[in-house]
Ligand binder design. Structure first.
Ligand SMILES: Cc1ncc(C[n+]2csc(CCO)c2C)c(N)n1
Length: 222
């Protein structure tokens, strides 16, 4: 059986490309991304991660078995216990304090993306939720790996790139693909596919909008 993830990615190839090859991503790769754009992205990503933790709490709630509950809980703990600390430390290196992070409001693109994913899970079941979460978990691994091939050590975004290209994150990415594909074996019927494709495509476009938000913020500062 073909992988559900591969099928979604193939069927949403244009959207996937607009996300993984966005100008923001290319700018990180060659180091030309304006620092103000990256700072704006970092703050919004902190707010994004809080909502993504809620999405994994929802996956735990929507689980049908203890093993599915544990998978949801692992995602929640990965964000709360690991990802958040890493993120706050990276923000500090870029001059962003916890006060900055906690007092900045969510931008419309952050709200649009995170609430879309939460609604996909609330209105649907576990497969709907993981289809909406897949672009986020898998796309960053692909982007990290692709950028690392050409990044030089003096690239200002080297730490971000190294994080997502790391063996640790590549394992999380592989586990996300395996989790989605395993759920599909159990839950996917052909009549469900159009809805899953819609969720995946929409989440992918909202990722591209999230990058664009960073670029636009830099323009607004001028
Ligand atoms: C806009 C945006 N999309 C995807 C990720 C990647 N990501 C989302 S949740 C998570 C934690 C996994 O343990 C990671 C790495 C991000 N940070 N920001």
């Amino acid at each position: 059986m073909t992988s559900l993830f591969q099928r979604l990615k193939t069927d949403c190839a244009d959207e996937w490309c607009s996300y993984t090859h966005h100008a923001f991503v290319r700018g990180m790769g060659d180091g030309s991304l304006p620092e103000a754009a990256f700072r704006d992205y970092l703050v919004q990503d902190y707010l994004f991660l809080i909502q993504f933790a809620r999405a994994y709490a929802l996956a735990t709630y929507k689980a049908r078995s203890l093993s599915e509950m544990r998978a949801g809980l692992d995602g929640l703990k990965a964000i709360l216990d690991v990802e958040m600390d890493l993120h706050v430390r990276l923000c500090a290196k870029w001059g962003l304090s916890t006060v900055d992070l906690e007092t900045t409001p969510e931008k419309p693109q952050t709200i649009a993306y995170t609430r879309f994913v939460l609604d996909a899970g609330q209105a649907g079941d576990l497969l709907d939720l993981y289809a909406a979460l897949a672009p986020c978990m898998i796309g960053y691994g692909e982007i990290g790996k692709a950028l690392q091939k050409h990044a030089t050590p003096d690239n200002p975004y080297a730490e971000w790139i190294a994080e997502y290209a790391s063996d640790g994150y590549q394992e999380i990415m592989a586990a996300s693909i395996a989790n989605l594909d395993a759920l599909a074996v159990d839950m996917l019927t052909e009549n469900r596919y159009p809805r899953l494709k819609h969720l995946f495509s929409q989440a992918t476009l909202l990722e591209a909008d999230f990058w664009q938000m960073g670029l636009d913020a830099e323009q607004d500062e001028k």
